[in-house]
Ligand binder design. Structure first.
Ligand code: PLP
Length: 376
């Protein structure tokens, strides 16, 4: 049976060009980037070239990019790093209720260490409440961390406005952009972002590689002890092959951005229109327009999302009921709860996230199967 993959927010396959670029660094150019001899120097060159590519893709300077092991680590380093470095100034952090666990659980850990955290509400489309944001700011607020785009419902937050509010109050602004990098054009200067997290496996690079952008001059502390890699901010021998992969992947995706974006938008619109026409009682979660190009999250009343996923799996369809991280948990998604969905609708959610290799034929097959299962 042909497998049709519609879960690109969970992960993406490594693209051929990315794999090809990485391969030499496993067994031919295998030097440690800290070694002085030629093999080491060549690894170091590859590392710096990748750093350049990542920086160029988001309008950053090369020395503002730090490689990590994943998006979760980037979020940890950003939030804990800023919190520890700015402890003298204050102990208050603002985030939202719909963040990924990489942010929410980092904040909860900081609460146990004496920091105070405000978790902002969102409206029914998933937009952060900006009035509450302004009202929550205290003299002791040192960091605002709000995701660029939500991993479940795809809503893109008003990042420029949030950054402006933060900076008007001399507060540092971090954004978890794991779902946005590759899917949205981001320029850290234009958006006034101080720290930005990204992850390779959402943009056709491998799992286990991430990066953190930190604007020059922003104070943050390392959270892992060890060697002096990454300008002493992230200890551990650099994963050269995967770093090369991330650099190539991000260059590829933004090099063909208009085409890629249009392709995802076409698939998403066809899917949404067909579902709305054939299953009128289905409810689209997230904003209709300000959403990630490949994301469509519908709730189907009286349908159990897990059951729907199993039935779709039987016909070769890979999709998600929420985020991959919460699969298996019985509780309704914290994101769907935060946008005010009743449990019966939250439990009937199906997240479809399209990718570069999906086709119109895939969309037709998907819609056909969903309709068949729901009508039954
Ligand atoms: N943040 C968001 C919004 C995500 O969607 C994810 C992964 O799904 C992460 C952080 C964690 O990234 P990683 O899987 O690379 O640790």
């Amino acid at each position: 049976m042909k497998i049709r993959y519609f879960d690109h927010a969970a992960t993406t396959p490594v693209s051929e060009v990315v794999l090809k670029e990485m391969l030499p660094y496993f067994n031919r150019e295998y030097g440690n980037a800290s070694s002085m001899y030629s093999l080491g120097r060549s690894a170091k060159r590859a590392l710096e070239e990748a750093r350049n590519r990542v920086a160029n893709a988001i309008g950053a300077k090369k020395h503002e990019i730090y490689f990590t092991s994943c998006g979760s680590e980037s979020d940890n380093l950003a939030i804990k790093g800023v919190a520890y470095a700015n402890r003298e100034k204050g102990n208050h952090i603002i985030t939202s209720k719909i963040e990924h666990p990489a942010v929410l659980n980092t904040c909860r850990t900081l609460e146990k260490q004496g920091f105070e955290v405000t978790y902002l509400n969102v409206d029914s489309n998933g937009f952060v409440d900006l009035e509450q944001l302004v009202g929550s700011i205290r003299k002791s607020t040192i960091l605002i961390t709000i995701m660029f785009a939500n991993n479940e419902i795809g809503t893109i937050e008003p990042i420029q406005k949030i950054a402006e509010i933060a900076h008007n109050h001399h507060i540092i602004f971090h954004t978890d952009s794991v779902q946005a990098v590759g899917n949205v054009k981001i320029n850290v200067e234009d958006y006034h972002i101080d720290l930005l997290s990204m992850s390779g496996h959402k943009l056709y690079a491998p799992k286990g590689i991430g990066a953190l952008y930190v604007k020059e001059g922003i104070a943050f502390e390392k959270i892992q002890d060890g060697g002096h890699q990454e300008k002493d901010k992230r200890a551990g021998t650099e994963n050269v092959a995967e770093i090369v992969g991330l650099g190539k992947a991000i260059e590829e995706i933004y090099g063909n951005y208009e085409q890629y974006n249009q392709h995802l938008l076409n698939l998403r619109e066809q899917y949404i229109q067909q579902i709305e026409q054939l299953i009128p009682q289905a409810k689209l979660n997230g904003d209709r327009n300000k959403r990630l190009p490949g994301n469509a999250n519908f709730s189907f009343p009286n349908m159990n999302g897990q059951e729907l996923l199993l039935k779709l799996d039987e016909v070769g369809i890979c999709a998600s009921s929420g985020s991959a991280c919460s699969t298996g948990s019985e509780a309704p998604s914290h994101v769907l709860t935060a946008i005010g969905l009743k449990p019966e609708l939250a439990q009937g959610a199906l997240r479809i996230t399209f990718g570069k290799d999906n086709t119109v034929e895939d969309v037709n097959y998907l819609v056909n199967k969903i309709v068949q299962i729901i009508k039954k």
